[in-house]
Design a protein. Sequence first.
Length: 379
Amino acid sequence: MNDYKDSMQNSLKLGFFIQPVHPPSRSYGDVLREDREAVVLADRLGYREAFIGEHLVDSAETITSSLAFIANLADACPSITFGTGVLPLANYHPAMVAAQVAMVDHLVQGRLILGVGPGVPGDAEAIGDLGSDRNRKTQEALEHICRIWSEEPPYRIEGKFYRTTTERWLDRNIGVGVAVRPLQDPHPPIAITSNRPGAQGPHAAGARGWSGISATYVGAYVVRAHIKNYLEGRRSAGLSADASGWRVARSVFVADDEATAHRYVHREGGAHDFYFHVMRTKLAKAGALDVMRDFPDQPDSELSTKRCIERLVIAGTPQSVADQILAFRNEVGAFGTLLYTGHDWTDSSARPALYGADGEGGLAPDRSGRAWDDTKRSN
């Protein structure tokens, strides 16, 4: 219990998360440049982490390779720690992931977190894998990747879904059949993302000393369940009940006055309207719309796009936003990092969205990556 109380008193760190979600009508080159600019800006402002999502066949969520996008940012972002958010392991062979992650870990000088997950149904269909157990596939792939990074060649790794061997062509003298390893030893930190309250991922992450993320669009009861399961996993492995490894992604908008914040966030056809429309549509098709509820029995009338924005977006003046975030943290339990979710810059007034005090739209941490300290909250 003391560990839990201590974690609630720790400074809440600030990171950045971008899926991204853009109107498909926008120029692909423009949105890629915009997303890149947002991460560079986050680095300059002292954000601690930047997680990058990926999808193979989605003209709204337009980053098709999180690793390629991160590699493109290596020289432009000297301080921030990158994360794949997530790398859908079921879409790749473990040997491919092991090689590419190892290379990117070197390119960013060890500032990489390996966020993993099973991926989305649309991508699974595109690669002819819609009917497989993608959760089990993801678990097996991760096991194989860690073995590739830790075992000596030739590799002899067999599972239900994957087989990795370099026995036939191994030639140590010229390097053939020998996998490169990450800069971080034994490998980059591993994080899982989750959007279901009963998912096993948070418990497994806690038990293995990994970290995790609650998705932007999930309701308070889902986040609370994630943190609870994560802490139970840590306790089951004899680890402290420390929630600092858990991250929660949230949509946040800061303005000088409440009216400006409300006008931007709730504008019909605006960035938040489009984002929550997209996520509601996808979740409904997957039969998972309930994850957007703040409590299990919340009526369906509370799940309209308009009500989701009202419930799930934190917006207002700097003091109001600080109060809302702290109240949310008290409601769901301790977590270590708030991931500010990047949205489409549909309005020129939102282009400095991460500037915080220098412009409307976002939060500006101090250079340590801390958003604020609960113990030093202003009145």
